[in-house]
Write a protein that binds this ligand. Sequence first.
Ligand code: F6P
Length: 360
Amino acid sequence: MAQVKRLGVLTGGGDAPGLNAVIRAVVKTAWNSGIECVGLEDSFDGLIDPARSRVLTPRDVTGILRLGGTILGTVNRGNPFAYPVATSQGPVDYSDRVVENFEKMGLRALIVIGGDGTLAIAHQFGARGVPIVGVPKTIDNDIVGTTNCFGFDTAVAFATDAIDRLHTTAEAHHRIMVVEVMGRYAGWIALYAGVAGGADAILIPEIPFDLSIVAARLSEREKWGARFSIVVVAEGAFPKGGKQSLVEAADGGRAERLGGIGALVSEALGKETGKETRSVVLGHLQRGGAPTSFDRILATRFGGKAVELVRRGEFGTMVAFAPPDIVARRLEDVVGKMRTVPMDFDVLVTAKALGVTFGD
Ligand code: F6P
């Protein structure tokens, strides 16, 4: 097996704190092993148009460990197999061009840092002969095969801090405060931030909720003197027999956009309990800012492991966290699936035992 001398690296999908930490680890580790790194801009766009790529040296990545965002840019609607260009025939298939450019640019491996959508595209290129190593990224933490994606811990820390702040104002005004957090199909952020922040109700997509159960639990608190409550709602949570709160349908390779469930829950709880309620949406604040030390370390380990897999020629793989180790998973075993909160997961069970309601 010929030693890889040049690799490409890209970031795709929604950003997550720690992307730059992965890029830095990839570039520095590769450099120290005699491998040149080419940074591809805006996900696969850098392979559709090679002018949108640049060689990255350790100088280019110095100081980015602590920065949110990604120095390479990212897009969440740039699938080269169905690129959203306005033509009478619909989207254009640029996949041949990507494979050709990959060869022309002298690349021998591609490190793809992305969520499930981006990793699924990478896997398709793997089937076309492009040697792929994936790095899982999403604040939602819903990628199969890894207990953690970097970005999740940072999002949870931010949401927990927000809940702490809401606690004092909720208590002062004897209100119910409803906090909407991200989590389209999995409630990891809501569960972790809810438990860490001491929420009284946590609503997640895995458990369709009954608002009268939530209202009854919050009203019960009044009886022993707690005149305020905190409710954490994942953007993808929905009532029993109801639907998710859609902002925009999926379009051109972009996933559907959810939001607004926090405001609906807040209004309904106000009516059911007779209490004053307020709601707040944390939104993209959860994706911004500096990664926590946990995410920096995880991202650095992921980047280092990805280069190790390239050097070993172990392609068609994704790096993953299986505490305490960083391991390799087969891409075909992880893409197209969703890691949701299991009903017997001990954080969930413990929260329920403490009296937190999930509306079920
Ligand atoms: O997948 C991560 C995520 O943060 C989701 O929780 C959220 O629905 C989505 O990204 C929003 O992404 P954007 O607004 O960038 O399309």
